[in-house]
Design a protein around this ligand. Sequence first.
Ligand SMILES: Cc1cc2nc3c(=O)[nH]c(=O)nc-3n(C[C@H](O)[C@H](O)[C@H](O)COP(=O)(O)OP(=O)(O)OC[C@H]3O[C@@H](n4cnc5c(N)ncnc54)[C@H](O)[C@@H]3O)c2cc1C
Length: 400
Amino acid sequence: MIDVLVIGAGLAGLQCARVLARGGRTVQVVEASDDIGGRVRTDVLDGFRCDRGFQLVNPAYPDAKSQLDLRALDLRAFGRGIAVRRADGLAELGLDPKSLMGALRTPYADVRQLTAFARWIAPALGSVPRLLTTPDATLAESFDAAGFHGTLRDEVFEPFLAGVLLETQGATSSRFARLLIRSFALGTPALPAQGMSAIPLQLAARLPRPVELDTPVTGLAREGDHWVAQTPAGERAATTVVVATDPVSVGALAPVPVPAMKGVITWWFSTDVAPTDSRYLAVDARPDAGPVVNTAVMSNVAPDYAPAGQHLVQASAVLPEGADCPPVEVVRVRRPPRHRVHPGCLGLRPTHGRGGPRVLPDAHSQGIVTYGALPARLPETLTVVPDPAAGKVRTTSGTS
Ligand SMILES: Cc1cc2nc3c(=O)[nH]c(=O)nc-3n(C[C@H](O)[C@H](O)[C@H](O)COP(=O)(O)OP(=O)(O)OC[C@H]3O[C@@H](n4cnc5c(N)ncnc54)[C@H](O)[C@@H]3O)c2cc1C
């Protein structure tokens, strides 16, 4: 019998298995779907690398630095800054020394707003443990308390954070938002050259046993001094079980509450002509903007995301609160041979046809839709649920 059965081959399950194997335990990972990665997967379609929803990796995340071989991921950096689509054109807020002068000429270089922002971010400038002991509030409350108002907040930070936190009400923990902004200040977000799936592949490559795919665990039972997991392929016995599924599936296997989920939908567009050569993430600050919260020309950042001579553009929209968050899937719609898209393609609206979301058949719509979901509240990284009878179920969920 093995020491540990890990259920779920997302980043949490893979990393957990790696740590346990390093510690000398025999570990087997079982995964319900046909590949590893969970929410971090990349589909290669006609040579385009489409991650399952727009994602990026920030090399400044402490766990990314300590647990991943970032060099082997061959990271391709986004532009250090952000582009803001305004009614009067595109404002680029570059943070690297070369672009800083340009950024200072934008309407956002306003001393009063910058001072208020500095007040807001100040608690994040010290150590992370210190930040985590500061009193928490919602993001909106913390902006208000710092006196952070005006266009820099409304047109840059709120749209940017909406795309990261997947909510537009500023209801997220201010501590968490400060941690995020801190990471974005310390590191430049990037894409692995071959797609986000390079991350789970790297984690899995270091496992002594291959992940068992297409093996959903349908039930868990305690038998004497060990656990038995039921799967369509038979039973799997282990001394300890780690449930590392997504936050929704975990409810079927362990007595933990299922959180509300937030959704995001990403449209992928292919084009022969890049709408811009910018490597910035672009947000839309126009008052009538929506539903798209951000766009990026992925192939400008990581050229291998598109075949030679073509480009891949992403546009992501936050799903309205309470909207259905169906499981991740990829929907292909027609792709005309030649067309042009631009970051202003913000009028598209998702419709929920049978079988999943669809892009309205706009004359220029094309490509691939992906969608995924995040917990409405970030769960604890690791929840240990004691079993009243004997033994333990260890449950990990959410971010890893
Ligand atoms: C669109 C999108 C964008 C994101 N962007 C970013 C980003 O830019 N940066 C960032 O750091 N994070 C991002 N995240 C969050 C990040 O992807 C997740 O926090 C992380 O991948 C969660 O990993 P996990 O292992 O906890 O869960 P999951 O990735 O959900 O993995 C759980 C696994 O368990 C499997 N499973 C479920 N039930 C069973 C069962 N009964 N039996 C066996 N297996 C089962 C599932 O198939 C899945 O493979 C994003 C997420 C999404 C959806």
